[in-house]
Design a protein around this ligand. Structure first.
Ligand SMILES: CC(=O)SCCNC(=O)CCNC(=O)[C@H](O)C(C)(C)COP(=O)(O)OP(=O)(O)OC[C@H]1O[C@@H](n2cnc3c(N)ncnc32)[C@H](O)[C@@H]1OP(=O)(O)O
Ligand SMILES: CC(=O)C(=O)O
Ligand SMILES: [Mg+2]
Length: 371
């Protein structure tokens, strides 16, 4: 364990000073591409500005004999592309127990470290994995003369990683966030599924039998296999001031279920998700941006709550300090997204115009009468 005094000191002489807060840049959609695939690579420059994050994937889904080509391809793309202010460049390196991880880190940080915002580390098992990457990054940043620290994002895809989730989140000031890795996690947990993300029709609850007739019609409802895991991630991230993300949804054609899974994650507190295919980009951007109706309602609550204390009635519902805080989450997110997304800025400005007038705060005596 590091002393609190040392936590924000660089881990190598000449490395940039660690950040005390993770920059709150939009990351609703982290779009994966394989830099060794010429067709995908050619599309990357044209995607700048259409996604919040472009991620050059070097790990799973890249064939073993294409690993070097993917790494070299990412270096080439990063050097040739201007990512502007609104699209970040991330990478997913190979797992730390693979023969490629060390060369991934060494090459990428020294060649394109000034372009890389975040390095995603797969199959993180515990704080020791983050400590290893943390020290190595500091050495490489110093060697490359970088002035801004590269952040680290961990994928939760082992049972051990889940059990150690809090210590992973708090292992370094570099920690930017966590993503769910449902495919590897399912395998590691020995879940009996064969999918990449999403739920399963066999995971359900059924209503009780009527008059003891167990064979009669009984409604069932499919449940979310990932509810526990996402909720756990959200708490661990919130506690450590870093960001939780859904991860991949592998059924590219089922855009409806994809949207449902993304929305569940958004409602539970995730800030974004991955897109594996262009068709998932708009879904992710839509779901992880609050709706105009929610923004309009949240603004009404903020206006009605005045100095932020006490209780008021709005549309027949009680609002108080706590509901105000929820509404501020929505309003602040809308304002942040408006700074980089002109379409959302317009949508949320219209929502301001459409905001119905606020009922005046209800005096305690009037509230008595309403009972
Ligand atoms: C469990 C995990 O680890 S998940 C993370 C790892 N997995 C990935 O990163 C997968 C990334 N995505 C992919 O590899 C591909 O999208 C696949 C294999 C799923 C589907 O690929 P295809 O069969 O080529 O899809 P499809 O034919 O619909 O593609 C349509 C077009 O979109 C392009 N495209 C597909 N995926 C992407 C992408 N991620 N980025 C940019 N372009 C893409 C295709 O090259 C194709 O271009 P074209 O019209 O010029 O021919
Ligand atoms: C995301 C990922 O790597 C997985 O689901 O295994
Ligand atoms: Mg995986």
């Amino acid at each position: 364990m590091r002393s609190a005094k040392d936590f924000f000191r660089p881990l190598a002489v000449g490395a940039p000073t660690p950040l005390t807060q993770v920059p709150a840049r939009p990351s609703r959609v982290i779009h994966f591409f394989d830099p060794s695939n010429p067709k995908m690579a050619a599309k990357v420059p044209g995607m700048v500005g259409t996604v919040d994050v472009l991620l050059g994937n070097l790990e799973d889904a890249v064939k073993a004999d294409s690993k070097e080509a993917a790494r070299a391809g990412l270096v080439e793309i990063a050097k040739a592309t201007d990512f502007g202010q609104d699209t970040q460049l991330w990478t997913r390196i190979n797992a730390l127990d693979s023969p490629w991880a060390l060369d991934d880190l060494t090459t990428l940080v020294t060649e394109i470290g000034d372009k890389l915002d975040v390095i995603m580390v797969p199959k993180v098992q515990g704080a020791e994995d983050i400590h290893y990457v943390d020290r190595l990054l500091a050495q490489l940043e110093a060697k490359a003369g970088l002035t801004r620290p590269i952040l680290v994002h961990a994928i939760l895809e082992t049972a051990r990683g889940m059990v150690n989730i809090e210590e992973i989140c708090g292992a370094s000031p570099r920690m930017q966030g966590l993503s769910l890795g449902p495919a590897d996690l399912a395998a590691d947990r020995r879940m009996k599924t064969t999918r990449v993300g999403g739920s399963h029709p066999g995971y359900l609850v059924r209503t009780d039998p009527v008059d003891g007739d167990i064979t009669g019609a009984r409604a069932t409802a499919q449940q979310d296999l990932w509810h526990y895991t996402i909720a756990r991630m959200v708490d661990a991230c919130a506690m450590h001031g870093i960001y939780p993300y859904y991860g991949p949804f592998g059924d590219i054609q089922d855009v409806v279920a994809c949207e449902d899974q993304f929305r569940n994650a958004f409602l539970l507190g995730c800030v974004g998700t991955w897109s594996l295919h262009p068709v998932q980009i708009e879904i992710a951007k839509r779901v992880f941006s609050p709706s105009a109706e929610d923004v309009a309602h949240a603004r009404r609550v903020v206006a009605a709550m005045g100095d932020g204390t006490g209780a008021v009635m709005l549309d027949g519902k009680m609002e108080d300090d706590a509901s105000l805080k929820q509404c501020l989450v929505i309003v602040e997110l809308a304002e942040r997204l408006s700074q980089t997304d002109p379409a959302l800025a317009e949508l949320y400005a219209d929502a301001r115009g459409a905001t119905p007038p606020v009922d005046p705060p209800t005096a305690p005596a009037a509230r008595e009468g309403a009972r």
